[in-house]
Design a binder for this molecule. Structure first.
Ligand code: EPZ
Length: 423
C-alpha cells in the first residue's frame, strides 16, 4: 500500500483546478441503465470509485468507453442486460446501491447486494426500499441481497414522504420515477447540487422533473428516455477541501471552477474564522486574513447546511484556531475517526458520541498517522501541510476514491508532498 509524506512548508500560493463531482458522477452513471440510447458524461473525475461503478455497470450489460484521459465516459445499455448487482463489487462502494431504482424501472426486477456498513456508519437502505414499495415494488431481503420486483405493467407514481432527506434515496426514487406510470412526488427530498445535476441530466434524456433543489420534487413518468450528453457538476467537496489549504497554511489560492453557490454554508464558517473568500471569473480566491484563525462551532446538516463531507477537513483547520470549537456530526454515527490521528499530531480534541470539542493549540507536529476513510485521509494531509516536520499518512487508497491527482495539485501550490510505496 502507498503512503503520502507531507512536510510543513509554510504558506501556499497559486491555482488548483477543481474536478467534476464524484458524488454526482456516481449517480449520473447508473442513469445510463434507464435508456437504450447512449449517455455521455463530460468533466468526469478520474477516481477509483468511478472505476468501481464502471465495473458494476459493465457487469449489468452496459458498454462503457472512456476518452480524454478518463474525463469523458460514453455508456450505452442497448443489448442483453443482467439485473443482479454482485456483492463482490457492491461491497467496495455503497453508491453501488444507486443501480436499484434504474434496474427496477428498466427491467422490472433487480437483485442488489446490501452494501453493508462502512467505516463511517451502518448505512441502511430503508428509505430507498420504503419509497420503491410505495411505487408498487415488492422487495425482500434474502442472503444479504435485496430482491426487488416491479408490478406487471411497471412501477406506479406515488407520493413519498421521506423521514430524512436521504441523498441516495432521493436519487434512486427520482431515477425510478422517470419511467413509472403517473406522477411521483418526493417530499423532504435531498437538495444537494448533485440532485439538481442528476435532474438536469435526466431532463436532457427526456424526463419530466421539477422542484429539484427544493424539498419537494415532482416527476411525471414517460414511456422511454433518449440519448444525452451531460457535463458533471464541479465537486463542491473537493472545492471545500482545497479552500482549506490557504486557510490552514496561510497564503492565497484560487480554486478554478469553484462557485460560491456550491459552498455557501461552508464559506460562512470560513468567514467567521477569519478567512477571505472572493468569487473571480475563474473560480474562488481564498486567503487567510492577518493573525490567527478564530474558533467556531459547526453542525453538519443536509444541504444547504454544513456538509458532513467537509467536517473532517474543517476539524483539521480548527486544531490551531484560537479558542475552543465544537463540532456536531448529525449525519453519520461514526465520523470522527480522524480525531485520534490529529491528536497524535498534537491536537487537543475530546470526542463524546456525535460531538467533538477542539481546543486550539499553537502548532501541530508531524507524525505517522493512519487514514481511516476518504475524507479523514485528506484532513490529515491538510494538517500535515501546516505542521512542524514530517507527517506520514498510511492507507492512502482511501484518498484515491475521491481525490484525483492530490499530490500534483497540492505540490502545484507549494506543498512539500510526495507519494511513496509503503516501507
Ligand atoms: C451520500 O451518501 C454521499 N455519497 C456521501 O458522501 C454523503 O456523506 C451523504 O450523501 C450525505 O451528504 C454519495 O453521494 C455517493 P444519505 P448517502 O442517504 O446517499 C441514513 C463521501 O465522502 N439513511 O443522505 O449514503 C444514513 O445511514 C460520501 O463522498 C438511512 O437511515 O447518504 C446516514 O446516517 C460519504 N436510511 C444518513 O441517512 C436510508 O435508507 C445520510 O445518508 C438512507 C440513509
Amino acid at each position: 500500500m502507498d503512503q503520502i509524506i507531507v512536510t510543513g512548508n509554510g504558506a501556499v500560493n497559486g491555482q488548483i483546478p477543481i474536478a467534476g463531482a464524484k458524488n454526482a458522477c456516481l449517480t449520473l452513471m447508473p442513469a445510463c441503465l434507464l435508456s437504450e440510447e447512449p449517455l455521455t458524461l463530460t468533466n468526469a473525475p478520474r477516481l477509483s470509485d468511478i472505476k468501481t461503478m464502471t465495473e458494476l455497470l459493465e457487469s449489468l450489460g452496459a458498454e462503457i468507453s472512456t476518452l480524454s484521459d478518463g474525463q469523458v465516459i460514453a455508456m450505452s445499455c442497448h443489448g442483453e442486460m443482467n439485473h443482479v448487482a454482485d456483492y463482490e463489487i457492491v461491497r467496495k462502494m455503497r453508491a453501488s446501491n444507486l443501480v436499484l431504482g434504474p434496474l427496477l424501472a428498466r427491467l422490472g426486477e433487480a437483485v442488489v447486494s446490501l452494501p453493508g456498513g462502512c467505516a463511517i456508519g451502518a448505512r441502511p437502505m430503508d428509505i430507498h426500499t420504503d419509497g420503491l414499495e410505495l411505487m408498487g415494488a415488492t422487495i425482500e431481503l434474502k442472503d444479504g441481497y435485496l430482491h426487488a420486483k416491479a408490478p406487471t405493467g411497471g412501477l406506479k407514481g406515488a407520493v413519498i414522504d421521506f423521514p430524512f432527506a436521504s441523498v441516495g434515496a432521493t436519487e434512486n426514487i427520482m431515477m425510478a420515477a422517470t419511467l413509472a406510470k403517473g406522477t411521483t412526488v418526493i417530499n423532504n427530498a435531498a437538495r444537494e447540487p448533485e440532485i439538481v445535476d442528476l435532474a438536469d441530466c435526466l431532463r436532457r434524456m427526456g424526463a419530466q422533473i421539477s422542484g429539484d433543489g427544493t424539498s419537494s420534487i415532482t416527476i411525471e413518468g414517460v414511456d422511454r428516455l433518449g440519448a444525452a450528453t451531460h457535463p458533471v457538476v464541479t465537486d463542491r467537496i473537493e472545492l471545500g477541501t482545497y479552500m482549506l489549504a490557504p486557510a490552514i497554511c496561510g497564503g492565497e489560492v484560487e480554486c478554478l471552477g469553484g462557485r460560491l453557490s456550491l459552498v455557501e454554508s461552508f464559506v460562512e464558517k470560513l468567514n467567521m474564522a477569519g478567512v477571505d473568500v472572493t468569487e473571480t471569473d475563474k473560480g474562488l480566491k481564498v486567503a487567510r486574513k492577518n493573525g490567527r484563525l478564530k474558533a467556531l462551532d459547526v453542525t453538519t446538516e443536509p444541504f444547504p447546511g454544513f456538509p458532513t463531507d467537509l467536517q473532517a477537513q474543517m476539524m483539521a483547520m480548527l486544531c490551531t484556531a484560537s479558542g475552543t470549537s465544537v463540532l456536531e456530526e448529525k449525519i453519520f454515527e461514526n465520523r470522527f475517526m480522524h480525531a485520534p490521528e490529529l491528536v497524535r499530531m498534537g491536537a487537543s480534541i475530546e470526542v463524546h458520541g456525535g460531538t467533538a470539542t477542539v481546543h486550539g493549540v499553537d502548532k501541530l507536529k508531524g507524525a505517522p498517522v493512519m487514514a481511516t476513510d476518504l475524507r479523514a485521509s485528506v484532513s490529515l494531509i491538510l494538517a500535515g501541510m501546516a505542521a512542524e516536520g514530517e507527517t506520514v499518512v498510511r492507507r492512502v487508497y482511501h484518498l484515491d476514491r475521491g481525490y484525483e491527482k492530490v499530490v500534483s495539485k497540492l505540490s502545484g501550490i507549494g506543498a512539500k508532498i510526495e507519494r511513496v510505496k509503503e516501507t
